[in-house]
Write a protein that binds this ligand. Structure first.
Ligand code: NAP
Length: 282
């Protein structure tokens, strides 16, 4: 896993102009993060949305121009972040096509849409990077997987990686893994919120005040994730270390196994991955 140093990123980005085309939930999270981390100055950014009234309401939020003219925004930038819904990508690329040439970099956040599809819509041999971030990018604990298209060299991938490194961890993968990434780390926060919510509910059930139960559940999830990342130990070994013979944890684990938590999570990621394969067409 590659973590890029923020200062190195800032240096690499100091003259780069970016257009966020589709500044909705994910585009907005990234815009917030790039500005908050001083990766980019407001004068380096332009953004678009579909509705003019929403554009007007966003003008003050970031201090960057927000409009509805994708072609003008695309012309003004070196790096174009495509952050519309998967099914809207083809039309968007068609719209900005007159602004595209091999000197620009397209970074698509869209689940399911292949780099080859974007390259073909673009009509020129420009670097296309596909990125799959997730919403914990809001608190700089995101997980972003990236892959490069046919014309994306090391420079384009490094630049995209350095952008997403400001909002968490990054990993560069082969494109064949991107739908699985969508199913695991793209959808994963929703699965984990349900687990945290259920643990908190359980805490309330055994007598804890709700705010304390939520704190215990969330910090325990965070701490456990950190243990996996920082020790490098297999999660099963870490679980064994908590599970003393004839203790209380093993009784709880028996309930989890009987309830099918493990199989349910595996099925959830599989279903989400299968859906991710089809999003571009629906
Ligand atoms: N949400 C996630 O957790 C997540 C994670 C990873 C990747 N993604 C990817 O990120 C992309 C956006 O998802 P989202 O959840 O951020 O969706 P969203 O909140 O609906 O944002 C989409 C944005 O695109 C704008 N838009 C639509 N058509 C446009 C057009 N023709 N020109 C300019 N802007 C246009 C919309 O404008 P209005 O506001 O005016 O309607 C909206 O602001 C998707 O491709 C998704 O696969 C999302």
């Amino acid at each position: 896993m590659a973590m890029t140093q923020p200062t190195a990123s800032r240096e690499a980005m100091k003259d780069v102009h970016i257009a966020v085309l589709g500044a909705g939930k994910m585009g907005g999270i990234l815009l917030d993060a790039f500005l908050a981390n001083n990766l980019l100055r407001p004068d380096q950014i332009a953004a678009t949305v579909r509705h003019a009234e929403r554009a007007r309401s966003l003008d003050d939020r970031w201090g960057v121009p927000v409009g509805t003219d994708n072609l003008a925004a695309a012309r003004s930038a070196d790096v174009l972040l495509l952050a519309v819904k998967p099914v809207q990508i083809a039309d968007l690329v068609e719209e900005i096509r007159p602004a595209l040439h091999p000197g620009k970099i397209l970074i698509s956040l869209a689940a399911s849409v292949r780099t080859r599809t974007i390259e073909e819509s673009a009509g020129c041999d420009l670097p296309v990077v596909r990125a799959m971030p997730n919403t914990p990018a809001t608190v700089a604990e995101g997980m972003t997987a990236l892959c490069g298209g046919r014309f994306a060299g090391a420079g384009a991938l490094a630049l995209a990686t350095s952008m997403f490194a400001t909002v968490g961890r990054t990993v560069v993968l082969d494109e064949k893994h991107m739908d699985a990434v969508t199913g695991l780390s793209g959808s994963g926060p929703a699965f984990l919120y349900i687990i945290i919510e259920a643990l908190a509910e359980a805490g309330v059930n055994v007598g804890l005040p709700r705010d304390v139960a939520t704190l215990l559940a969330a910090q325990t999830t965070l701490g456990s994730a950190k243990m996996v990342l920082e020790t490098g130990a297999h999660p099963a070994l870490l679980k064994d270390a908590v599970t003393t013979p004839a203790g209380c944890t093993v009784d709880g684990i028996l309930e989890l196994e009987e309830g099918g938590l493990r199989v349910t999570l595996i099925k959830a990621v599989k279903r989400s991955t299968q859906r991710a394969r089809k999003l571009a067409n629906s």
